[in-house]
Design a protein. Structure first.
Length: 67
């Protein structure tokens, strides 16, 4: 039982390390090279105080029959 716990602990660290550096780092580097910001935090107008995007108000009858 103890060997299984130790092996699982080590294997988990190895798999997570490989997953992070094999998948997430290349995707992040590719997005950075392409200039894509996943969160859209780049302000085009520097006079803005906030990054908030105003939502569109929906009419009341929109909620009457949602499906």
């Amino acid at each position: 039982m103890r060997f299984g716990l130790i092996a699982g602990y080590i294997n988990t660290r190895i798999i997570m390390f490989a997953l992070y550096y094999g998948v997430f780092v290349p995707i992040g580097a590719l997005m950075s090279v392409m200039g894509r910001d996943a969160l859209s935090h780049k302000a085009t107008d520097h006079s803005q105080d906030s990054y908030r995007v105003a939502s569109v108000a929906r009419p009341r009858d929109h909620f009457e029959r949602p499906y």
